[in-house]
Design a protein around this ligand. Structure first.
Ligand code: NA7
Length: 484
């Protein structure tokens, strides 16, 4: 016989896209017994933080919104960060998420004691929850490069994830370090305003030439009148995304097509010497695929120079490169990315005093299917390590994870489960399945990327994106130690 219990309480860490989704889906089920803890003053996560010029999503807008909250008003195929942030703020308002959120509150520690999570916050409070959901995301800690003299620079230094909205680029000499997605996106708008832009490229990356089509009034009106059109557009981009995902997994026509498109794009660079400077050594998609139709145009402008000579040090006036040249700058932009998989809460202790940082030392059994961690009971991670961040929209990954958590909550509410803790053997099995599945993937074809995160294997999903949906469709309870 199953007992009927009250709705389990849920602590959600982070009011970004995934934490908001968790909260909204709880509300849609009439469950209000949850609190979101957000370190910042408002919702939005990466879209609140990343406000550098040109910031945009590399997933098409119609795929990058909640399926139950389609947006007919996207201005472009790949909308800008401010527009995406406005979308999330609008959604938060609609679902009144502020009523459930403690802003400017960092969760400093979480301990599982007496079959409940006890969390401590930066405001000195303690809260107890039956279930804890970490929605802090894999890219939330900025990476500052360890370049000698960085602190001596007398101009302005801005990390792309910590932009000063009031900084006026006009008339400035600007340098950008970093040629990943952030650096590439920032290059065009900065080049239009700055007097001089020096782009320091340590490792050139392939760039997919995807036009960022503008959606005019007619297209918007059509989508408003015929919602099916928006839905079909989403499904189309989901399909395109799946093809990219598969291109990364194994050699074949998809991978060849991507390589051809990138090579074709590089040919836009007319000057042969510059073209060779920009030619990547690794295969396309080994690092994260970059999408841009303006990067090479910007790099060919008269006020832009591409520097491949290594940076030796930063001095009071600018950047010194190995060829001895000093590049005088007013603004140094650090487009150097993030420390991946540094999750929002560092101090997490599970059953028997198991610490998350210790559990993660063992690469072979770090996590269970990207959503849970052995030794941590009633604990779930949205967009966790080894989720398909490279080949599926993060919205979809979060959505799949949230539905998984909701099923577990139903079982707790029904009294079938009090605690559920992934078995070490299940995490080991997941780890060994992962280890045996990367050989044909592009990520191990010979490049360094943030996907590796200091591990021997990339922290990605080496199978088809659709397999993630299938795998996490229903929790396999035999993979958990269950108490009831
Ligand atoms: P990425 O993709 O991690 O790119 C970081 C860039 O910074 C990359 O080009 C690095 O070169 C470069 N970098 C880092 N340290 C240095 C030093 N010391 N000297 C020179 N260059 C350096 O970060 P992004 O912010 O662009 O993108 C992160 C994700 O956010 C992206 O994938 C999207 O999903 C959104 P390297 O390649 O290591 O030689």
């Amino acid at each position: 016989m199953t007992r009927s219990h009250s709705t389990p309480s849920v602590g959600i860490i982070g009011a970004g896209m995934s934490g908001m989704l968790m909260a909204i889906k709880l509300l849609q089920q009439g469950k209000r017994n949850f609190t979101i803890f957000e370190r910042a003053k408002k919702v939005g996560g990466v879209w609140r933080e990343n406000r550098y010029p040109g910031v945009a999503c590399d997933v098409a807008s119609f795929s990058y919104c909640y399926e139950f909250e389609p947006n007919t008003e996207w201005s472009r195929r790949f909308s800008g960060g401010a527009e995406i942030q406005a979308y999330f703020e609008g959604i938060a308002k609609k679902y009144q998420l502020d009523d459930y959120t403690q802003f400017e509150t960092t969760v400093t520690a979480a301990r599982f004691t007496d079959e409940r999570w006890q969390i401590e916050t930066s405001s000195g409070e303690q809260h107890n929850f039956d279930v804890l959901v970490d929605a802090t995301g894999p890219l939330n800690e900025k990476f500052y490069p360890d370049i000698p003299g960085l602190e001596n620079f007398q101009g302005t230094t801005l990390h792309t994830a910590d932009w000063d909205d009031d900084y006026d680029l006009n008339g400035k000499r600007v340098g950008i370090i970093g040629s990943g997605s952030s650096g590439v996106q920032a290059t065009w708008p900065i080049a239009q305003q700055a007097t001089q832009l020096d782009v320091f490229i340590r490792t050139p990356q392939w760039v997919m030439p995807t036009p960022n089509t503008e959606y005019g009034p007619l297209a918007k009106q059509l989508k408003r009148k015929v919602p099916l059109l928006g839905w079909l557009t989403r499904k189309f981009y989901d399909w395109v995304g799946e093809q990219f995902g598969r291109a990364a997994l194994a050699d074949g026509w998809r991978r060849k097509l991507v390589a051809w498109a990138c090579e074709h794009n590089l040919k836009q660079v007319k000057d042969a010497e510059l073209r060779e400077k920009l030619r990547p050594q690794e295969q396309a998609m080994c690092k994260r695929m970059i999408v841009s139709d303006s990067y090479y145009k910007a790099l060919q402008q008269d006020n832009v120079s591409v520097e491949r000579s290594a940076i030796t040090q930063i001095e009071a006036d600018g950047v010194r490169t190995a060829d001895g040249e000093l590049h005088p700058l007013d603004l140094l932009v650090l487009a150097t990315g993030f420390r991946p998989n540094v999750w929002g809460v560092k101090d997490i202790t599970g059953v028997d005093g198991a610490k998350l940082e210790d559990i993660w030392q063992d690469e072979g059994s770090r996590n269970y299917q990207s959503i849970a961690v052995p030794g941590l009971s009633n604990f779930f991670m949205l967009i966790g390590p080894n989720s398909p961040i490279t080949n599926l929209s993060l919205i979809d990954i979060a959505d799949i994870g949230v539905d998984y958590v909701l099923q577990c909550l139903d079982k707790i509410e029904a009294g079938e489960i009090k605690t559920m803790t992934p078995k070490k053997s299940a995490a080991e099995k997941f780890g060994s399945d992962l280890a045996g599945s990367f050989d044909d993937t592009i990520w191990v074809s010979g490049c360094s990327s943030w996907y590796f995160d200091g591990s021997t294997l990339p922290q990605t999903w080496p199978w088809a994106p659709s397999y993630y949906r299938e795998k996490l469709k229903t929790p396999t309870l035999t993979d958990f130690h269950i108490t009831s």
